[in-house]
Write a protein that binds this ligand. Sequence first.
Ligand code: WAQ
Ligand code: MG
Length: 268
Amino acid sequence: MEPDYFSLRMHASVEGAHLSGAERLLLPADLEGAVQELVRRALAHPAGQADAIRLNIDRVESARLSRGMLPDLRTLLVADVVEGRAAVHQLLRRTGVTDVAIKSAMTAMAQGAAGAGRNMRGAMLVDAVSGERREPDKERGVRASRMDLAPRAAELLDQELAALGLGHRNVREALVLAGKVSQAPGVVAELCWSDDPDYSAGYVCSGSLGYLRLPHLKTCGDPHGGRAFFITPGTAVEPLMDWLQACPVLFEQIGRCHPAIPWREYAP
Ligand code: WAQ
Ligand code: MG
């Protein structure tokens, strides 16, 4: 019988503002090393050093794990932020998200969606038609957690990503998060770009598009980033938040990892 897993969640902050977070699902033997890695990360973040680091460790029975497959990944090359954000717009429209919803999410993310120029710790829930923000806590947002790669799938994915020159851990972690979010009941699509000032890439992900990376969704040095989960109008928010936070998803299979192509040549 497979042993139980542990959910490990880390959240680091500076003067109460979100700095860095991470979530893993691990076998007991891998827990200690992962804790060390996440503490180190919180202390060496490019945006500053954490003054508070919270770790939560909870056992997850292996029988409760839902086992899934990651989305396919592709990089769409764009020249700059202007082209990147225009591409995002077109891609999200294909998933049924309206112009007004896309604009409201992107404006919030570009300014710091928690208000007062601050980044959220979690994601916005954005009505895919009206653009209205539905998350109850507009400063914190909704965090997806309890998702990870099974050890064998992690090895395979690392090989594939390294071969494409995508060895940065942000790619792997974002792909896993997006894989869980795109399976969530009521989620139409996701938009993300990093809050790390020196990481300009972001992505759009949906069940139909897969995970589409765009190398420039913000300019280097810009500290603002965030996530928007676009949801079908009428989606009950509480059960969705519960599912995103609490339902454990372990990816045992990876999707296809395609080489980069120019955005203009993308024809799904
Ligand atoms: N659940 C919901 N929202 C989250 C979570 C989570 N578990 N973790 C982070 N966020 C939100 C939060 O608002 C952060 O400020 C924002 O997302 C960005 O988080 O293919 O590095 O960890 O090259 O900075 C995407 C591109 C990188 C990867 C994303 O996000 C690629 C990244 P970060
Ligand atoms: Mg970050």
